[in-house]
Ligand binder design. Structure first.
Ligand SMILES: NC(=O)c1ccc[n+]([C@@H]2O[C@H](COP(=O)([O-])OP(=O)(O)OC[C@H]3O[C@@H](n4cnc5c(N)ncnc54)[C@H](O)[C@@H]3O)[C@@H](O)[C@H]2O)c1
Length: 345
């Protein structure tokens, strides 16, 4: 169990794959604050989560390499001499993964293998943190869901995350590359893509409220989730990287307070002081993938890493909404691109 201090990452070299995206950019900003030498790898595939504006507070302090995680030469070059590798690059849209499985297979599975091979050959001393998804469990057998629960993923995205996790675990166990395997719940907060509703449901609902449009609540709104503010997620990533007992272990990273979607939407409208909502039918695709109630048991993270979420839902939503109100022009659309409309979630 290791607390983050001013010395923890000072002068350390870190690589963040997917560092132009939502969680990766928040992580990069925090690591720069902590004095780390940060390199970001990101391919900026259109419609994925990368946004150059995400790194604006630290743009002169971060080395950005625009390349693909599947580019063996670039990855080999970038992993050398890194103390930590935070692996967050990925295709993250579970809806898309059902109609086209190949980006998930190529980016999330093959890309992870390329990264781990590069580490095996060129930098076995780096400490790796991987951010998988709670979707790896599929439908919950009992609640809250702990790390012993069976994994029955309901989509290709989730399968690809589980495969990536298992690949990294092999490199931890067989090749001695110390790695932490996180399974994140629904993360929300500043720096998520806000152009379309295909992933990032809480952030998308915030956008619809800020547009004073109607949030569409699928089903009857009673499905439970544990929504986690991104700063808490970043602390979990960093604290687990610093905890030797965590290497080779799988951890849930979520909130210990389950909230249903109706409560979430009402909280967003209350905090934003605008927006409306209505019930809507699930699309067939979304219904097939919906795992039902899910909330994480995060006691293992508390016990072994000493991490606990500290941001309440309304507090996190207030920070999120404030950020997007200020920077709406950077997130609703990019220069020259049409605004994607619609109020799905
Ligand atoms: N946000 C969540 O709620 C959540 C929940 C569970 C798991 N995760 C996982 O956490 C990680 C980060 O998620 P996020 O929400 O920040 O997503 P994001 O889409 O905002 O960030 C992912 C980044 O990876 C980059 N990327 C995609 N394909 C790439 C490739 N081939 N080469 C290099 N870069 C590539 C994207 O451009 C983007 O900047 C992902 O692995 C995701 O599956 C996120």
């Amino acid at each position: 169990m290791t607390a983050i201090t001013a010395e923890s990452f000072a002068g350390k070299s870190v690589l963040i794959t997917g560092g132009m995206g939502f969680i990766g950019s928040n992580l990069a900003i925090r690591l720069v604050e902590l004095g780390a030498k940060v390199t970001v790898l990101d391919s900026m595939i259109p419609d994925y989560g990368g946004n150059e504006f995400n790194l604006y507070p630290v743009s002169d302090k971060v080395r950005v390499n625009y390349c693909d995680i599947r580019d063996e030469n670039a990855v080999t070059y970038l992993v050398k001499d890194q103390d930590y590798v935070f692996h967050l690059a990925g295709q993250v849209c579970h809806v898309m993964s059902l109609s086209n499985p190949f980006p998930d297979i190529e980016i999330n599975i093959t890309g992870t293998a390329i990264l781990m091979e590069a580490l095996r050959k060129h930098n076995k001393n780096a400490i790796v943190v991987y951010t998988g998804t709670r979707g790896q469990y599929g439908a919950s057998v009992s609640l809250p869901v702990n790390e012993e629960a069976p994994t029955n993923p309901k989509g290709i995205y989730e399968i690809s995350n589980l495969s990536a996790e298992k690949i990294i675990k092999v490199y931890n166990d067989v090749h001695g590359i110390r790695s932490v395997l996180l399974r994140l719940s629904n993360i929300y907060g500043p720096r998520s893509q806000m152009k379309h509703s295909r992933f990032g449901v809480v952030n998308w609902f915030c956008r619809v409220a800020l547009d004073d449009d109607k949030i569409q609540l699928f089903g009857d709104g009673t499905i439970l989730r544990d929504f986690l503010y991104v700063d808490d997620c970043v602390e979990a990533i960093l604290m687990s990287a610093l905890t030797p007992e965590a290497y080779g272990e799988i951890f849930n990273v979520g909130s210990d307070i389950p909230v249903n979607f109706r409560e979430l939407v009402e909280a967003i409208i209350k905090v934003a002081r605008q927006g409306k909502w209505e019930f809507a039918e699930f699309s067939a695709e979304r219904k097939a993938q919906e795992p039902g109630d899910f909330y994480s048991d995060v006691t293992k993270m508390a016990r072994m890493v000493g991490w606990k979420p500290t941001t309440g839902l309304e507090e996190g939503l207030a920070k999120t909404i404030d950020f997007y109100r200020k920077h709406r022009d950077k997130y609703w659309t990019r220069a020259g691109e049409p605004v994607v409309s619609g109020s799905k979630g």
